[in-house]
Write a protein that binds this ligand. Structure first.
Ligand code: NAD
Length: 380
């Protein structure tokens, strides 16, 4: 397979760091290479990208390698972020940008340089940076042309990275709860530039489980009356999410699938996120569900989930980027909805149960599957 560039925004964060380490490990010792989903027998490994086919780089505003321009394997100084990290007390530093267009041009130049230097055929930029506060309506920018001229004082840097990718002819995935993919006219702009975009907000644990349980209750004819979810986590992402306003899009994305599938609203579906530093990378989530049978009897379900946050996210990221890069040469430019399975709020797609979305993922990517694959070959 031809070499692909994988460029991470937030390359030194928990997810970026682990993703880079795992890919380096797999590339150095191919016998250790294995994935969560894409190692299932239904995927034809000869048609899938392998870690040796990927060259990784990226940007961060913490601990960059301080190289001029992007270098394979290195992380370059990112664009100044006024909308999240400056409030955290971290040691951050960024390169100034004035408008989205100005920042995008800077990023686009670096992507092109990287692709040439690393001898890549294609590039994928994945946003793994901290969530930002949503753009306020007063900024007056809800569509592509206006956003290009928005000031760095008004909008998060994610827009500059996204347009940088598009202008460089690189594909773009948003794994974060960022408002970027909601811009009017974005899918057309991507299609015109011949690139694919997909997102948003990786579905890696609690939300994934909630949609699975909700679909199981619904297929048993049981009606969900109330759902309360809380989660506590100790990592940096949890700290950022506690900053005022930053969790607004995350909360929306966490509620979106279940509300759309079950007709719940913010009155009977309540969600809470708390940062507890002592937990480190552990995330613990509790769900309390009240449902009703056809006679009006109430039943209760309590769920507790406790796991390391970052490895779960990176497992999903590895599968997502692997499917993306293995298939992108044969997919249409514009918004990719076949990858909805991986996201809490699949832009352009309808929220459905993970099992349904996984079936769609397989049928839309049948060229990556074993020739004789059938549903009966799946382990569920
Ligand atoms: N379970 C999960 O871990 C999970 C699931 C779904 C979505 N996400 C999202 O993925 C993202 C990454 O999560 P994480 O745990 O790695 O977070 P993290 O806080 O560890 O890392 C974020 C990184 O982004 C960097 N960053 C911030 N602004 C930047 C900028 N302007 N340019 C370049 N880099 C910048 C930060 O310095 C930091 O290193 C978050 O938005 C998170 O909400 C995570």
């Amino acid at each position: 397979m031809m070499t692909s560039a994988l460029l991470l925004v937030g390359a030194n964060g928990s997810n970026g760091h682990l993703l880079r380490a795992v890919l380096a490990d797999f590339a150095a010792e191919p016998s250790r290479e294995h994935y969560g989903l894409t190692s299932l027998g239904v995927f034809d490994q000869d048609k899938m990208l392998h870690a040796q086919d990927v060259v990784v780089g990226g940007w961060d505003i913490r601990s960059p390698d301080r190289v001029a321009g992007l270098h394979p394997g290195a992380t370059t100084l990112g664009l100044t972020a006024r909308h999240t990290d400056t409030l955290l007390g971290d040691e951050v530093e960024g390169r100034p940008w004035t408008t989205v267009l100005d920042g995008a041009d800077l990023i686009a130049e670096e992507i092109k340089e990287f692709v040439i230097k690393a001898g890549c055929r294609r590039a994928l930029v994945v946003n793994l940076s901290s969530p930002a506060r949503p753009v306020e309506k007063e900024a007056g920018v809800t569509a592509v042309p206006g956003m290009l001229y928005a000031s760095s004082a008004d909008v998060p840097s994610a827009y500059a990275y996204m347009f940088g990718a598009i202008r460089a002819g690189a594909h773009y995935v948003d794994f974060t709860p960022s408002p970027t993919l909601e811009l009017q006219g974005l899918a057309d702009a991507a299609a015109e530039a011949g690139v694919q975009i997909a997102g948003r907000d990786g579905s890696t644990g609690q939300t994934y489980l909630k949609l699975t349980i909700a679909s199981a209750l619904a297929t048993r004819g049981l009606v969900i009356e109330n759902w309360y979810s809380t989660n506590v986590l100790g990592n940096r992402d949890g700290k950022v999410l506690e900053m005022p306003g930053v969790d607004r899009t995350k909360m929306h994305d966490k509620a979106f699938g279940l509300n759309s599938m079950s007709g719940l609203t913010s009155l009977n579906h309540r969600i809470d996120i708390r940062h507890m530093p002592a937990l480190g990378d552990v995330k613990e989530a509790w769900d309390s569900v009240v449902f009703k049978d056809m006679f009006g009897n109430l039943g209760e379900l309590q769920i507790r989930w406790k796991a390391l946050d970052t490895p779960l996210a990176v497992q999903a990221l590895l599968d997502l980027t692997r499917i993306f890069l293995s298939s992108c040469d044969r997919r249409a430019a514009g918004l990719r909805t076949d990858l909805a399975f991986f996201f809490k709020n699949p832009i352009g797609g309808r929220p459905r149960s993970p099992e349904y979305l996984f079936s769609e993922l397989l049928s839309s990517n049948s060229d990556l599957l074993m020739a004789n694959y059938g549903r009966a070959d799946l382990p569920w």
